[in-house]
Design a protein around this ligand. Structure first.
Ligand code: ADP
Ligand code: MG
Ligand code: ZN
Length: 664
């Protein structure tokens, strides 16, 4: 190392010397060329110049003479000088005129005589020597001129030294500091975010409690041989508090929190992404127990092998490294990887496999109650007027995320200050809601009341069809709070009692998928564009039944091509190699299944029209119905809160009374 450094120094010095030489040569060659031939004066001429110069100075000239001498330098018997206006700095190598003096004493005596003759009085030496003060000639001229050159050479040398040192340190070292620079470490003592700061996300917090608990006291879990999830994926629309939640988990557990954003992996140099991942995990392991938080993981975690127009090698390398690292540490090493995304649909399935992000937490738009709690959190420390009713604000802000609500309260505080008020009033808050929702409209998730009604009918349609058909999965919740592209959704409880799905169940699925569209048609007499997803899902199911599962009139026959992966999954639904006749028959069968589903849904909804309307009434008010509420409604029995609680954790809790299904 020492050896190497000396070598560098040596070459820098050599470079500097060469450069200095070049500058000097240029300077020497350049200087004489600049001179506009100096005038050689006789001694008497010089004295004449001195005289006329003095006259001009004192205003004694007839008005014709010009001021000739600007400054002079006397070196022994040589005098050099600059004429007026010719140059700003006189030097011994660059002058306008010169003259050889008999001697300096003689010159000063003669100048004195000239002065006394012109002014008609005796003058003190200070008066004339002042003008011609000889500067120290040997040094000044040369050194003053050398200064800029020296500065340049030194700067150049420093620059070279810097570059060479960076090079000798090697690319790895440079990259490492680069990586360190991007990973943000939040010191546990500085992380003040707690569960209390995340409002209205009770279920999400509940799901993450285990993680906090484990980070606090890992022994409790390791002792009984429990395997804690290595990765927790937070899925939800932007602004719903995913980052906040991850921070709160770290804050509650009191552990270091490493954050990096997925998009930051993807910057600049190839290969940096992978080494960043490696570095991130190294740091986290060194600080275990700790949390790694990868925000916007979809930026790296996209499905591999599906890009059009060449693969994205950098991303694949980064993703592969992430998978390697996640597999590389033992489950209870004390490092938990959290990640957030709003596009879980495009994530590579490898990321979601057991041992990786096997725990998924849906972070959703808050409901009325959640919104009220979020508003409470964000009005902490803000002086609210007496008339402010946070519940009412929650009611009038459907589809606002936590971030939006935080924004509303902040905007209200700003407005209050700007208008010199002392308290935040209801009017101010309403005004800021308008401001924030202007932004929301651009983001296109404010839904007009008419649309809300439509969404309510659509979702209730799905739910009722699913309820009536016994083979359908149980409805877990219905909500008109939008998620992603959907205006609302109906959540089903997956039936995990068997891996094999009967054709009856698939038909039931098609029918319940049609439920939304059929309800729209029944109630409004027309359908909207909101059912694309449902139709697509139903069509895919029907096609698979015909071409893969042998569940149509065509009988057991496999007609589907292998999925083409290179253009994106399932790009080609119909496989090549089918005869035209066969294709026609497949289409016919698919249509038949879809028609059956639609008819079934329509007849169920027609029969249950009263219930449909009633459920929509509740949805319009509460935005959200849980399973027990829904079933109590359908069964005309009172709501049973205990069962509602039981159902949350045991989907098979018995019904208070089992009504016979209306249709098979
Ligand atoms: P995401 O990561 O889901 O896009 P963030 O966690 O960055 O959202 O949330 C942005 C801001 O919105 C937070 O800093 C917080 O002020 C506010 N916020 C979001 N959700 C909540 C919540 N549930 N409770 C309190 N504040 C919230
Ligand atoms: Mg975020
Ligand atoms: Zn639907």
């Amino acid at each position: 190392m020492e050896e190497k450094r000396r070598g560098i120094l040596k070459s820098v010095v050599i470079y500097a010397i060469i450069l200095a030489g070049i500058f000097l040569v240029i300077h020497m060659l350049g200087s004489p060329a600049k001179k506009s031939d100096p005038i050689r004066l006789t001694y008497n001429e010089l004295l004449d110049w001195v005289e006329s110069d003095l006259k001009v100075d004192r205003g004694l000239s007839g008005g014709n003479e010009t001021h000739t001498i600007q400054s002079v330098i006397i070196v022994e018997n040589e005098l050099v000088g600059a004429r007026n206006g010719s140059k700003t700095a006189l030097s011994t190598s660059d002058y306008d005129f010169r003259c050889t003096l008999p001697s300096q004493e003689r010159f000063y005596d003669d100048v004195k005589s000239v002065y006394e003759k012109v002014l008609g009085e005796t003058v003190s030496p200070t008066e004339y020597t002042f003008t011609f003060a000889a500067q120290n000639p040997e040094t000044v001229g040369w050194w003053v001129e050398l200064i800029p050159i020296i500065v340049m050479v030194v700067m150049f040398a420093l620059m070279m030294l810097f570059i060479m040192r960076a090079q000798s340190a090697g690319p790895n070292k440079g990259a490492a500091s680069f990586i360190h620079g991007r990973t943000k470490l939040t010191d546990p003592s500085k992380n003040v975010v707690r569960y209390g700061d995340v409002a209205g996300a009770d279920e999400e917090k509940e799901e993450l409690k285990e993680v906090v608990d484990f980070l606090k006291a890992p022994e409790k879990y390791t002792k009984v041989g429990a395997r804690i999830p290595k990765g927790v994926l937070l899925i939800g629309p932007p602004g719903t508090g995913k980052t906040l939640l991850a921070k709160a988990v770290a804050g509650e557990a009191g552990v270091p929190f490493f954050t990096i954003s997925g998009s930051e992996f993807m910057e600049m140099y190839v290969g940096v992404g992978a080494s960043r991942v490696r570095d991130l995990f190294d740091q986290a392991k060194r600080n275990a127990p700790s949390i790694i938080f990868i925000d916007e993981i979809d930026a790296i975690g996209r499905q591999r092998g599906t890009g059009l127009g060449g693969s994205h090698d950098e991303r694949e390398q980064t993703l592969n490294q992430l998978l390697v690292e996640m597999d590389g540490f033992t489950p209870n090493a004390g490092v938990i990887v959290m990640a957030a995304t709003n596009r879980s649909d495009i994530l590579d399935p490898a990321l979601l496999r057991p041992g990786r992000f096997d725990r998924q937490v849906l972070v959703n738009y808050p409901d009325v109650k959640g919104r009220e709690e979020i508003l409470k959190v964000h009005s902490r420390g803000k002086p609210l007027a007496k008339n402010v009713d946070l519940h009412l604000i929650a009611v009038i802000t459907p589809y606002f995320t936590g971030a939006d609500l935080a924004n509303v309260m902040n905007e209200a505080a700003l407005l209050t200050a700007r208008t010199n008020q002392t308290e935040i009033t209801m009017d101010t808050i309403e005004e800021s809601i308008n401001r924030v929702s202007m932004g929301l409209q651009k983001k296109s998730h404010v839904i007009p009341p008419n649309d809300k009604k439509l969404v309510a009918y659509h979702e209730a349609g799905h739910a009722i069809v699913a309820y009536v058909i016994p083979e359908c999965e149980r409805v877990q919740e219905i909500t008109t709070i939008p998620r992603g592209m959907a205006g609302g959704y109906t959540k089903y409880m997956p039936d995990e009692s068997t891996r094999y799905i009967t054709s009856a169940r698939l038909r039931a699925r098609i029918a319940s998928a049609m439920g939304g569209l059929c309800a729209e048609k029944l109630v409004f007499g027309d359908v909207t564009t909101g059912s694309t997803g449902d139709i697509k899902q139903a069509t895919n199911t029907a096609r698979a039944m015909v071409t893969e599962y042998g569940m149509s009139d065509l009988g057991p026959i496999f007609l589907s091509g292998d999925h083409e992966i290179f253009l994106g999954k399932n790009f080609q639904q119909t496989s090549a190699g089918l005869s035209e006749e066969m294709n026609r028959q497949v289409d016919q069968q698919v249509h038949k299944l879809l028609d059956e589903g639609e008819q079934r849904a329509t007849s169920i909804l027609t029969e249950n029209r009263a219930k449909l309307d009633a459920i929509v009434g509740v949805l319009m008010e509460k935005e959200h119905i849980n399973r027990e509420e829904f079933e109590a409604f359908m069964e005309d029995r009172p709501y049973n809160p205990e069962r509602a609680e039981a159902l949350r954790f045991h989907p098979d809790a018995p019904k208070p009374q089992a009504p016979a299904p209306e249709e098979a």
